[in-house]
Design a protein around this ligand. Sequence first.
Ligand SMILES: [Zn+2]
Length: 268
Amino acid sequence: MQFIIGFLAAIIIAALAWRAGALSRSGALAAVFTGSFIFGLGGLPWAILLLTFFISSSALSRAFGKRKAGLAEKFSKGNQRDWGQVMANGGLGALLALAYTIQPQPEWMWLAFAGAMAAVNGDTWSTEIGVLSPISPRMITSGKKVERGTSGGITFTGTMAAVGGAALIGIAAVVFSPTPDWFSQLVIIILAGLLGSLFDSVLGATIQAIYWCPTCNKETERHPLHLCGTQTSQLRGWSWVNNDVVNFACSVMGAILAVGFAYLYHLL
Ligand SMILES: [Zn+2]
């Protein structure tokens, strides 16, 4: 019964998001799939974390979309999320919801899910808000100043935004799944989310495939064609590591860190 309600809720939300332009058609299908698992198998607290991520990050994309438009040539994808982005952000959550149903061990699976959502939310917030920073980003690995929108570049504004995005997930997690250790859980989720989104930047600076447009003389995530129509060639990174792979790894890191910190603090 809960699964049917979850499935119907996922269809309604995905359809609304598709009509609002937040999801492409393939993104809406993937959202029905991941949403059904997370809502239907995880139940209300799981649904609330997924929606907190989805609504807050879509709202930020929309709010700052115009100011970010000049950087569209850098990012591999626009504001409409496609299936790859949806699976990268929600795929691990769907797997955890499935595992939770097969063998309910709510404590660590719930924390892993919260850590994953905090990491992807922190990462999305830092990308959306970080590009507004008046100060140029620095590469997380070398500290060198880079152009705005460069993968692996971080700013103070973006890092604070990551803390905010992770904190919103942490607050939703402790409010809707209360425990006596709520404060430690909150700190753990924020820390896992922040470090998970910084891990995303480390991967962006190292193994993510980055391309070069010879016409614009610019770095970009876009391949095979740049927005200008020119064919891009690989500049650095591994060819199979695109933005979706990096985002999925960010969610895995958030999950592992949340569970790891909870073990260290004897919460599990
Ligand atoms: Zn170009």
